[in-house]
Design a protein around this ligand. Structure first.
Ligand code: 5AD
Ligand code: SF4
Length: 475
């Protein structure tokens, strides 16, 4: 048995490395996970490719957050299946949340894929690929209490060489009633602070200029030296003294390279602390931007959503952020038409957007997800028409707030980290200001990875347009 394995490894690794093509959908966490997968497989004889046609193995890292995300991915898998008819050797695998949610249905009932690997089983992928060659079904959807892929150094895919994601925790314990994530990504666990620091140091040495620390709920990051997460007050005194919470981690990361920008996502309104806000205010290289999903402006709906805060609590957090950092950018996630939502609840959401003055929001229609608390307990009783109409009203009010906020930035000088060419023209560069708005300006002699001060001359709902004044060497 051992000798056949060695032979296979030899042939895969030395004689004919197999080409791996990874496609990612959904949240930043999925994109970061794909980089971990690329790292695991390149250490096992695979080479990554950006060209789908060159691939021996295609892995699709999937999202289950809303039904339309799943449908889009299913169509993609059906299309890939057709390619497989032309190339019988091609291996197609599904990773991430859909793998976890649909498990062997994809392998057996729908016969869409050859491999199914959930978010905690990526270390098993080389073995699953080997098993497939031996004619076995290849599935691992076991969720873990400990897996954080802590020491794996991700291979940056499609990188601009300037910005990178660093995952600091996995899973989620919040059980928002609409959300499938706790079921697909499992229990919350924090990654060791040391491994996070090492990864950020490596990125700094490689010349990266911005890292975004990722977690479903970064404010509950807690590291005390190992083992599954415990509540802070359940730690011994000694453990409490040694423990690292999110504010502390943020500070440790900020101190690595004062010329590297630090961002983070996502914050939870019930958990974000003054400590975090003061840490942000203290360091110039921590971007003044918070993504703070409200989901709804109605306390009644928030309670049904199991969000554990009220409209007043949320507004209190927004005000606190602006009190400590007056120009801080704030963005939001909003869901329209959650179970039982009335026109009066919806009106409260519209007013929350207006009052909070979000720079931008991600806005969605409620999509019932099987197995969630909402699917089990409440009727999905707002009509598609009403969900759509309310969503349009939400988008309209947010767009008008964004437009006004951007117009107020005209004439200001904003510090921008250049990420590359603008979408429309190679004569222009684009980057983001501290508050996370996209800024476009003529290229002149500036380059990706540099900081520049840009005077804003025009604005739209989503973009600021200006002219670079000068290069900035130290933040
Ligand atoms: N329907 C619609 N939107 C959802 N989100 C999460 N679950 C659902 C759902 N079932 C949204 C939330 C979350 C974002 C990532 O996706 O706004 O913050
Ligand atoms: Fe889902 Fe809520 Fe966890 Fe976010 S905090 S991943 S919305 S359960």
């Amino acid at each position: 048995m051992e000798s056949t394995l060695v032979k296979k490894e030899y042939s895969d690794k030395v004689i004919k490395p197999k080409n791996l093509y990874i496609e990612s959908y959904g949240c930043a966490m999925n994109f970061a996970d794909s980089e971990v997968v690329a790292s695991i497989l390149t250490q096992n004889g695979y080479a990554t490719t950006n060209v789908e046609e060159d691939a021996d193995v295609i892995l699709i890292n999937t999202c289950s957050i809303r039904d339309n995300a799943e449908q889009r991915i299913k169509h993609r898998l059906i299309h890939l299946r057709a390619n497989k008819k032309r190339n019988n050797e091609l291996v197609i695998g599904i990773l991430g949340c859909m793998a976890e949610r649909l498990k062997k249905n994809l392998l057996e009932d729908e016969k869409l894929v050859d491999i199914v690997a959930g978010p905690d089983s990526y270390r098993d992928l080389p073995k699953l690929l080997d098993e497939l060659e031996d004619g076995h079904k290849a599935i691992n959807v076991i969720l873990s209490l400990e897996e954080t892929y802590a020491e794996i150094s991700p291979i940056r895919l499609n990188s601009n060489g300037v910005t990178a994601f660093v995952s600091i925790m996995r899973g989620c314990d919040n059980m928002c009633s609409f959300c499938v994530v706790p079921f697909t990504r499992g229990r919350e666990r924090s990654r060791s602070a040391e491994s996070i620091i090492n990864e950020v140091k490596e990125l700094s040495v490689l010349g990266y200029k911005e890292v975004t620390l990722l977690g479903q709920n970064v404010d509950s990051y807690l590291w005390f030296g190992g083992g599954p997460k415990k509540e802070f007050n359940k730690l011994s005194i000694e453990e409490q003294e040694q423990s690292i919470n999110f504010a502390k981690l943020l500070e440790m990361v900020a101190l690595i390279d004062p010329n590297m920008r630090i961002r983070f996502s996502t914050s939870h309104p019930k958990d974000i602390t003054d400590d975090v806000l003061f840490t942000m205010a203290k360091y110039v290289n921590i971007c003044k931007y918070v993504h703070l999903p409200a989901q709804s402006g109605s306390s009644r709906v928030l309670e049904l959503m199991n969000r554990n805060y009220s409209r007043e609590w949320y507004m209190g957090k927004v005000n606190r952020i602006r009190e400590i950092m007056p120009n801080c950018g704030i963005s939001c996630d909003i869901i329209s038409g959650f179970c039982t939502e009335t026109e009066a609840d919806h009106a409260e959401t519209l007013s929350l957007i207006e009052l909070s003055q979000f720079d931008f929001s991600y806005m969605y229609k409620y999509s019932e997800r099987p197995g969630t608390m909402a699917a089990r307990k409440f009727a999905d009783d707002v009509s598609e028409d009403d969900k759509g109409k309310r969503l349009q009203e939400i988008i309209q009010i947010q767009n008008s707030v964004s437009k006004q906020k951007n117009a107020a930035r005209v004439g200001k000088v904003l510090r921008v980290l250049i990420e590359g060419y603008s979408k429309k023209s190679e004569d222009d560069l684009k980057g983001r200001c501290d508050e996370n708005m996209v800024v476009v300006f003529p290229k002149e002699n500036y380059k990706a990875g540099q900081y520049v001060d840009v005077v804003i001359e025009r604005s739209s709902t989503t973009t600021l347009v200006g002219r670079a004044l000068n290069l900035v060497l130290t933040l």
